[in-house]
Structure formats: structure tokens, C-alpha cells
Design a binder for this molecule. Structure first.
Ligand SMILES: Nc1ncnc2c1ncn2[C@@H]1O[C@H](COP(=O)(O)OP(=O)(O)OP(=O)(O)O)[C@@H](O)[C@H]1O
Length: 710
């Protein structure tokens, strides 16, 4: 594959969209070809390759690209993965298992593929199946196993991917893992690890986001597929670009190849002493809004705008990243979507109130939170729980009007409606902001979603047109490496050193220090576990992401650099959902040493719905939500909002005896996930049991629905 890229790639146009699109005649004429024999020989050498064997091409200048069908492609495949042209290259045939698919070529048709992740100047490759032989019909026709397209067999994508979500790789060829040299781990997401790597074909530094699947659960593959689908729909300087996909057949994982970004806004803000000037804030804001305008214009809602998802390169260019919670939407159609998206501090009131029909306004709210945070130097509404978040919103932005409550078709509205209205206090809270900044903030943080306008209208606001004007991205300071993840590592390292130092002295305090750290780590593990499974659950699936990710075939792995602690683990004033210390959301108050261990904890993406827009009433959602962060009425009284608590009173919530509202009415309150004194081990086991149960139930329901449909 590596050879294929460098030797045969001749066209430089990247694919226009998810599909390869028509190939201009002049491009075809320029194409070179490689004999199939060479290709097969090449592929036979690869052991963990995306086995690219043949892509048909005739050099007919006016050939219309056609999907390979049963009569125009020549390939044999072994379980859809290894393919060789039957009776074309004897050695190759001998090397493969008995042919499963044989598709024939009988007409002058061409096909061109993009090589996913290949450098732009050789993104397309065409290969002459017949090695220039005369045109004649070939071979037998057989069915494609598991119903996936012959085109994918040819392209070399693994069957577990193509059988579930073939459309996402349409027109692309996979890159193989050993064409990259993996360097440091640079980020960790809920379902992925992100590595810095060198593209050995170009020497370029890239980011590889590794998504691993165990058992190849189709739902989880589909889930990830949506992120890829969305990323391929987007093409804008302020949106992260998916440059390619690496498959690793043996390890059952995928790597998404992105351009490497040195910083994120959360990390930059956390740099010691970092305070942005107004021109700098305007520069970042303009880029965020430009990126969002593009996403929205392409029918994509991001649904997780926050500092750590806003990546910045060394030239000051900001790109919106992490489309894991993003979704397609059509403003003209009513489509229910999950309200369980957006990281808590950046989540708009309508989602907290359970709205399932929403639009671009959710991203604009988050953008408003970022604007205020950039100017204020700290997060403006760092709620610990959903109910507290709503309370903070009402206190700052005022409570919704009577009209809003009357019109809102929101579940549980009466329970959240405050007894007395709250006055809007944006102007008095941020009296130091410039009038134009205040005006924009006032719009973006409108309680009424439709009053937030659009990314385009925000870009048109006075804020960007009055002096001081936005600075040029290239004029931004050259920051030291600053990622949320780096800050977290620095915090962990400082904590470790602290613990060691204390322990070394053999002081009486050393033991509690160590224990606390351990407890924090256990809580973190639980939270991770819950995040992963909550997502899984909500999707009614049972996929598990493995943490054993460091032995990937095909990678040259360099020893990880020692964590040096590039900076002091001091608590920062700016947060961006990442470095702002908060009390432990999981309910166990932290002692000072455990705080030190994790003070740079992320405000993680909302974990419940890795993209899938399940209707909130679906049983999978119910099951998931009842256990993670949100507690059903029937759950034991571990919720943070207790009867008579100030939040409950302030919000005028019903003070039921249990504190969870009326029976049979689902109320979602965030609460500690681990009750004080709870046994971690037992908690984990219990969660595992509940998850299995939820998954089983969801499966049964799905099967029932399927039966009903057919
Ligand atoms: N292109 C990139 N260049 C550099 N670092 C990156 C890049 N993409 C992602 N990262 C780092 O990896 C982290 C995790 O990536 P990402 O947010 O895409 O994963 P995720 O699993 O969706 O995360 P989350 O659970 O926060 O939603 C990011 O916060 C960022 O620090």
C-alpha cells in the first residue's frame, strides 16, 4: 500500500465528499497504471495490510466512473479481506484461500480511489487490472459475502467496517499502520487515544486518533462511522480535517489521521499567567464562528463546543475538533435528537430542560460561554450537576419568561420552573467587558434559542467591526506546548512527586496522602468506565473499548518520553472546561492531596450519547440514564439535590418526601456516582451487571421492533 501510494498515485484532487465523485477526463488521461501482478506481489508481502489489490481502470478518457459491480471488477476475496484476481497471477492465487468472490470485468469502465491519508499530490491512484491487456470479459460472478460491496473488497477495507458502514470509506483507500511512526500519546478521549505520529511517506507530523473495537460490535462501528461521515462532509480552515484512515486488521481498530495541532484553547488558557487581549479574543472567536458557520451550513451540529475541542496550531489557526457528539440536522425537518449532549458548563438551558428538538442555537450558547470565559479568564458557569447548572444559568441569564414556559414542549418543565423569576444580570456581572462584547454575549446567551441568531449573524456583529479589531492569527504569541492533556499530565506528575516526597519523609501524613491518591484514581477509573458504558448503553450496544492499546502491529513504537512536568501544577484561573478545578462531580469530597492529584481534571464531554440520537424515551436511554449521572426517581436517594436544598428551593422544585418528584414522572438529577463510603469494587461489579441487563433489554426491544417492521 505504501508502494502503491508513492509509485502509482497520480491525481491530486481530494475527494469532494463522501464518494469519489466523477473523475474528470483529463485526470484519467494523466493516470498511470500499475500491473495487477505488481500489486498482488506487493500485497502478498504485507502481513497486516489493508490489502489493496486491484482497482479497475481503463484509460478510456471519457469513461464514466462506475461502482464496481458484478460484471466490471476483477477480484477474489478471502472473507472479504484478502483479494486476488482469479487466474491472473498464479502465485497470488496460491497464496490466498479459495476464492470467495470473483467479479468480472467486461466493459470499458474506470474507477479511481483516493488513498485515505495519502499526501494530497498523490491522493488518487488508478490501477490497470488487466495490465493493459485486451478487453475481454473475465471470470465468474459470485455473491459478495455479508452483503458488502465488491468495491470495498477491492479497496482493502476490513469487512467489519464495510459491512456496517461502507459508505463512509467510499472513494478512499486505507493507509497501513506501518506507514506511520508513532510518537507520544497526546490526548485521551472517552473512547479513543490520540497519538502524535510521523507520516513516513511525507515526513509530516500528524495526530492519530485510535478507535478500537472489541467484538466488532456493529452498533459501535456505526457510531464511530458517523463521526467519520460528518468529518468528510466538512472542509474548512477552521474545522479539523480528516486526512485519512488507517486500518489495522489484526488489532481491530481504526486510526483517524488528522493534521497535528499543537495547542487547544483550554490548554492555552491554562498557561500560567495567560490572559488574552481583546484582539486575541476576537481572533479566536471569529475563527470559532467561521468554523461553526461552515458546520451549520453543511447541516452539522457540533454539540460539544468547549475549549479542549478547539485546537490551535503554531500559526494561530483554530480548528473545531472532536465531532464525536456531532450530528446531521435539517432545520426544515422536525427530528427528535437527544438532549444529553454538550459538556455541562457549556450546555444550554433547553437541553438541560430536556429539549429534543433544537438546532444551531445549542452551539451558539456554548460559544457564548467561551466568549465570556476568554474575557473573564475563568469559566462563567461551572456547575457540578445539571440542576446546579440550570440554577447558575437562571441566576446569570434570568429565568425563562412565562411565554417560554407556556410554549415549551419540554418534559418536566413545571418541576424546573422557579417559583420566583430571576432577573438577567449579564451586564452587571461583566461590567468590565466592552459594550460590543457585552452585546454579543447577551445575544449568544439568550435563554430563548431563536434569539441567539446564527454564527453568521454573530460574525456580523459590532464586536468584530469595532476597534480594537481581531488580531491576525499569525501574530498570536508562540505558545509553549499547551494541551489540556499536557496540563493533566503535569498535574499528575506534580501529585506523584508530592506523594513521593511526603512518603519519603515517612511522615504520619504520608499514608492518607497515598490512600487519597489511590481513591482518586479509582474514582477516575470508575468515571471512565461509566463514561464508556453509558455511551455504550445508550446506544443499546455492548462494545468495550480496550485500554490495552500500546501494542499495535505495524507501528514503530518509540519509548514514551518521561513525564517531566513542564510546569508547576498550580491551580489555574482559566478553565475552558478542562483545567478549572471543581469539586468531585462523583460525589466524594476530595481531600487536599486528592485534589492535587487531579486538580487539572477535565470537564469531560457529556458521556451519555456518543452521537446516537436515540429518542430519550427509548429504553436504552432510560436504562443508561438511570445509572449514570442522572438518576431515575426509582433510584436510591443518592442525588445531590436533596429535599430542601437551596437549588431545589431556588428553582421551586416540588419538595416531595423522597426529594425526587412525583412517582412515575422521570426526573433526572445528577448525583454522586459513588455514594460516600461506597465500595469501589462492588460498585464496578454492580454497574457491570446493570449494563449487561440494560444491553440485553435493549437488544430484546430492538429485535421486537425489527420483527414488527418485517
Ligand atoms: N488533530 C489533533 N492534534 C493534536 N491533538 C489532538 C488532535 N485531535 C485530538 N487531539 C487531542 O486528543 C484529545 C482527545 O481527542 P478527541 O476530543 O477527538 O477524542 P474524544 O474521544 O472524542 O474525546 P472526548 O471524550 O473529550 O469527547 C483532544 O482533547 C486533544 O487534546
Amino acid at each position: 500500500m505504501g508502494g502503491l501510494c508513492s509509485k502509482e498515485s497520480v491525481m491530486d484532487a481530494p475527494p469532494a465528499g463522501p464518494g469519489p465523485g466523477p473523475i474528470p477526463a483529463q485526470m484519467l488521461q494523466k493516470s498511470q497504471s500499475q500491473s495487477l501482478k505488481e500489486l498482488i506481489a506487493l500485497a502478498a508481502k504485507e502481513d497486516d495490510a489493508p490489502l489493496v489489490h486491484a482497482v479497475i481502470s481503463r484509460t478510456a478518457s471519457n469513461a464514466k466512473p462506475t461502482k464496481p459491480t458484478s460484471n466490471n471488477v476483477v477480484v477474489t476475496a478471502n472473507n472479504g479481506e484478502a483479494a486476488a484476481p482469479a487466474a491472473t497471477t498464479k502465485e497470488a492465487v496460491e497464496k490466498t484461500a479459495p476464492p470467495v468472490v470473483v467479479i468480472t470485468s467486461s466493459s470499458s469502465l474506470s474507477k479511481s480511489y483516493s488513498i485515505a491519508g495519502a499526501p494530497t499530490h498523490h491522493r488518487r491512484a488508478t490501477v490497470d487490472v488487466n495490465g493493459g491487456a485486451a478487453d475481454h470479459g473475465m471470470q465468474v460472478i459470485s455473491s459478495v459475502p455479508q452483503g458488502f460491496s465488491g468495491e470495498h473488497v477491492i479497496a482493502g477495507w476490513p469487512s467489519w467496517l464495510t459491512s456496517v458502514a461502507g459508505e463512509i470509506v467510499e472513494g478512499w483507500l486505507p493507509r497501513r499502520a506501518d506507514t506511520f511512526e508513532r510518537l507520544d500519546k497526546i490526548g485521551q478521549g472517552t473512547y479513543s487515544n490520540v497519538y502524535k505520529a510521523r507520516d513516513l511517506q511525507t515526513g509530516k507530523i500528524v495526530a492519530l486518533k485510535r478507535v478500537r473495537f472489541v467484538n466488532m460490535d456493529p452498533e459501535s462501528v456505526r457510531f464511530m462511522a458517523r463521526e467519520i461521515h460528518i468529518l468528510r462532509r466538512l472542509d474548512h480552515p477552521n474545522v479539523i480535517k480528516l486526512e485519512g484512515i488507517v486500518t489495522s486488521r489484526l488489532s481491530h481498530s481504526l486510526y483517524l489521521v488528522f493534521e497535528y495541532m499543537e495547542h487547544d484553547l483550554a490548554g492555552l488558557a491554562a498557561l500560567s499567567g495567560q490572559r488574552f487581549t481583546e484582539p486575541q479574543v476576537k481572533c479566536f472567536m471569529a475563527q470559532i464562528l467561521e468554523g461553526l458557520r461552515h458546520c451549520h451550513a453543511r447541516g452539522v451540529l457540533h454539540r460539544d463546543i468547549k475549549g479542549s475541542n478547539l485546537l490551535i496550531d503554531d500559526n494561530g489557526v483554530l480548528r473545531i475538533a472532536d465531532f464525536g457528539l456531532a450530528t446531521f440536522f435539517d432545520p426544515a425537518k422536525r427530528q427528535p435528537m437527544t438532549s444529553r449532549v454538550v459538556t455541562l458548563w457549556y450546555r444550554p438551558p433547553e437541553l438541560l430542560l430536556g429539549a429534543t428538538e433544537y438546532g444551531v442555537a445549542v452551539d451558539l450558547w456554548s460559544t457564548g460561554c467561551i466568549l465570556a470565559e476568554l474575557l473573564a479568564g475563568k469559566p462563567i458557569m461551572p456547575g457540578q450537576t445539571e440542576i446546579e447548572q440550570l440554577h447558575k444559568i437562571f441566576k446569570l441569564c434570568g429565568s425563562p419568561s412565562e411565554d417560554y414556559w407556556a410554549k415549551a414542549k419540554l418534559p418536566d418543565v413545571t418541576l424546573f420552573k422557579p417559583q420566583r423569576p430571576y432577573r438577567r444580570k449579564i451586564a452587571e456581572t461583566f461590567k468590565d467587558f466592552s459594550p460590543t462584547a457585552l452585546a454579543l454575549l447577551d445575544t449568544l446567551l439568550a435563554i430563548e434559542p431563536s434569539a441567539r441568531g446564527t454564527a453568521a449573524s454573530a460574525l456580523d456583529s459590532e464586536f468584530f467591526r469595532t476597534k480594537p479589531l481581531p488580531c491576525d492569527p499569525a501574530s498570536l504569541p508562540k505558545y509553549p506546548p499547551s494541551k489540556e492533556y499536557d496540563a493533566k499530565l503535569r498535574g499528575q506528575e506534580a501529585s506523584r512527586q508530592n506523594t513521593t516526597a511526603v512518603g519519603g519523609k515517612g511522615s504520619a501524613s504520608s499514608k492518607p496522602g497515598r490512600d487519597d491518591t489511590k481513591a482518586t484514581q479509582a474514582q477516575d477509573a470508575i468515571a471512565d468506565y461509566q463514561r464508556r458504558h453509558a455511551r455504550t448503553n445508550q446506544k443499546s450496544t455492548s462494545h468495550h473499548y480496550s485500554s490495552q492499546e500500546d501494542s499495535v502491529p505495524g507501528f514503530r513504537i518509540e519509548p514514551p518520553p518521561a513525564v517531566t512536568g513542564r510546569g508547576p501544577a498550580t491551580m489555574q484561573t482559566a478553565g475552558f472546561g478542562s483545567t478549572w478545578y471543581r469539586n468531585d462531580q462523583r460525589g466524594v469530597p476530595r481531600t487536599s492531596s486528592s485534589v492535587r492529584a487531579s486538580q487539572l481534571t477535565s470537564q469531560r464531554s457529556y458521556a451519555h450519547s456518543r452521537g446516537t440520537d436515540l429518542h430519550p424515551s427509548s429504553s436504552a436511554v432510560r436504562n443508561a440514564n438511570s445509572r449514570y449521572n442522572r438518576l431515575d426517581v426509582a433510584e436510591p436517594a443518592t442525588a445531590v439535590v436533596r429535599p430542601g436544598s437551596s437549588h431545589q428551593k431556588d428553582l421551586g422544585m416540588r419538595d416531595t418526601s423522597a426529594g425526587f418528584g412525583a412517582k412515575n414522572k422521570r426526573i433526572h438529577y445528577s448525583g454522586p456516582l459513588v455514594p460516600p463510603g461506597g465500595n469501589m469494587e462492588d460498585m464496578l461489579k454492580e454497574h457491570e451487571r446493570q449494563i449487561q441487563q440494560a444491553v440485553r433489554k435493549a437488544r430484546v426491544e430492538k429485535e421486537k421492533t425489527n420483527r414488527h417492521h418485517y
